[in-house]
Design a binder for this molecule. Sequence first.
Ligand SMILES: Cc1cc2nc3c(=O)[nH]c(=O)nc-3n(C[C@H](O)[C@H](O)[C@H](O)COP(=O)(O)O)c2cc1C
Length: 202
Amino acid sequence: MLSIDPASMSERENYKFLIGSIIPRPIAFVTTRSKDGVLNGAPFSYFNIVSSNPPMISLSVQRAQGRQKDTARNILESKEFVVHIVDEQNVEKINKTAASLPPDQSEIDLAQLTPVDSLKISVPGVKEAKIRMECSLEHSLELGGIDSPGCDFIIGKVVQFHIQNDLYEKGRIDPRGLAAVSRLAGNHYAKIGDIFEIERPK
Ligand SMILES: Cc1cc2nc3c(=O)[nH]c(=O)nc-3n(C[C@H](O)[C@H](O)[C@H](O)COP(=O)(O)O)c2cc1C
């Protein structure tokens, strides 16, 4: 067994160790709106459930050389965002939105995604997702150093769920129909593989 102290590795090596080990990671496609009204969209795989009661999710947005990404800045300013589940049908388009565009240009236009109004918040989502969640900012934390934080950790409360009708039956979501994709390392993604059952002990 090789034992490694992260302090002895470069930032890039630590990144590669984490993204290669913590797999598969769900992917959120997040829409936000800037002060000037530009609709922004980007994928995030540092994404998960924080709580089901109340329903809350987390996103972790890295800073690049200390600079906040548009998604983090927009969420902190407007306190609203929409999370979409990335799937086999939308992943190609959503990958295009990971381009680093200046804040006045919309990745939604670039990827030819279709904005759709939200019910409870003012930030639109996009049609090309079978599940989307309207979120309000619950909490944010700057992590990784007082002088130069390395990441914006965002916790959002889900205020509205949207799901394609045929995927939802008796309160259960059809995993094959959803066909969510996950992120591995590098340019690799994975589909849902074999599904098996294990009974939970009483
Ligand atoms: C599948 C995928 C997952 C990603 N996950 C993250 C992530 O969890 N955190 C992050 O900071 N960047 C992540 N990125 C990179 C951002 O999407 C990228 O920096 C994007 O341009 C940020 O957009 P923005 O500046 O409009 O917020 C990911 C990219 C891809 C393609």
